[in-house]
Unconditional design. Structure first.
Length: 395
């Protein structure tokens, strides 16, 4: 009999350690619901399931992309629905103007409405946006790709065309602002401590934009520094800041969208700011922009009204074609969403079979290992009592 090494106890302890480790793994699987909690559980299965997870997440995001695409297309189509209504009204007016029972005054009234409708068609085209993206503007019609798949290259190309009045052929002129610099170039301003005023009473259009240039005589410490000035119009004060000193020794201060505070006949009063003192200013140059002159088709005579009818019919066809294209995009994306949902569902099921634990099967494994662990503990106690038989020999 040997007491330095209890081989039976060592063997039992070894089995107990293995059973305890397997029991802990079963507990981890049952608590997480996953068959693979770490790479060592199933290296190959982990690699495969991670690729599947990437595919599933890509499919789900592609579904959201397609839904965003539908929203974009529906935004454009909703705007064109109103454009169609406007064109139908313009056609009705052209038919009315084509009747020679209408007087010149009647046709002038009709022309006024035609002008307003043409401007509204252009306004809808220019202001219809989705997430800040212009959709049908004459300067930035939407053209892009929707990522509707989980992998590279799985895209849908979508393009739209400008739907403004000029492009559709139902308006003449342009809604763009035009520079009226000749009205204000090199206007002299007399400045003192209280500033000075510029008379614009002869101006007949709304001001849209201003570029105000200050000629600088001196800068206090001889260093080129930026300055500020305040422009006050009818009690509304705007602070203008020049961020750079021009090469010709002047500051150029700009501010956009004055149309809400400057109207025809109003005066512009310039006062010096804290950083741009009055004795630094000698002259002022003001560039102004005036509104565009977009008008509807001329319907002042029977002949012109009939010509307008032809142009409006063509515009209606153009808009209808664009709406039809947008509708086909919508239908296609709806089918895309259904297909993506089915693919994601099937891929999730496949990933689940690899990654998720079978709770019933794992519970049986846990029960077995739990019983074996308890049995090993009991046998370890028995093995530890065997060396005590040596005491009988020592008596």
């Amino acid at each position: 009999m040997r007491i330095n090494h209890n081989i039976a106890a060592l063997n039992t302890y070894n089995q107990l350690s293995k059973n305890s480790e397997l029991t802990n793994k079963s507990l981890g699987k049952l608590s997480s619901g996953l068959r693979i909690n770490q790479a060592g559980d199933d290296p190959a299965g982990l690699s495969i399931s991670e690729k599947m997870r990437a595919q599933i997440r890509g499919l789900n995001q592609a579904t959201r992309n397609a839904q965003d695409g539908i929203s974009l297309v529906q935004t454009a189509e909703g705007a064109l629905n109103e454009t169609t209504s406007i064109l139908q009204r313009m056609r009705e007016l052209a038919v009315q103007a084509g009747n020679d029972t209408a007087t010149a005054t009647d046709r002038a009234t009709i022309q006024g409405e035609m002008n307003q409708l043409a401007q509204e068609v252009t306004r809808i085209s220019d202001t219809t946006k989705f997430n800040g993206l212009a959709l049908m503007s004459s300067t930035a019609a939407f053209s892009g790709k929707f990522q509707i798949g989980a992998d590279a290259g799985q895209t849908l190309s979508v393009s739209m065309t400008a739907m403004d009045a000029a492009t559709l052929g139902v308006g003449t002129g342009s809604d763009a602002t035009t520079l009226a610099a000749a009205v204000y170039t090199d206007v002299a301003g007399t400045f003192n401590a209280d500033g000075g005023a510029i008379d614009v009473s002869s101006y007949t259009s709304n001001l849209q934009d201003l570029a105000i240039t200050f000629d600088v005589l001196t800068v206090g410490n001889g260093t080129d520094t930026a300055g500020t000035a305040k422009l006050t119009v009818n009690g509304t004060e705007v602070t203008l800041t020049s961020d750079s000193f021009d090469a010709d020794g002047s500051y150029t201060l700009t501010h956009s969208d004055f149309s809400n505070i400057i109207a025809s006949g109003e005066s512009i009063t310039i006062t010096a700011g804290a950083d741009l003192e009055a004795d630094m200013v000698t002259t002022i140059a003001i560039d102004a922009q005036e509104n565009g002159t977009l008008a509807g088709l001329d319907v002042s005579t029977n002949t012109l009204a009939n010509t307008a009818l032809t142009a409006i019919d063509t515009a209606i066809d153009t808009v209808s074609t664009q709406r039809s294209t947008l509708g086909s995009y919508t239908n296609r994306l709806e089918h895309t969403i259904k297909n993506l949902g089915t693919a994601a569902e099937n891929m999730t099921a496949a990933e689940s079979r690899i990654r998720d634990v079978d709770m019933a099967s794992e519970m049986m494994e846990f029960t077995k290992m739990n019983i074996l662990s308890q049995a090993a503990q009991s046998m370890l106690a028995q093995a530890n009592t065997q060396p005590q038989g040596v005491l009988q020999l020592l008596r």
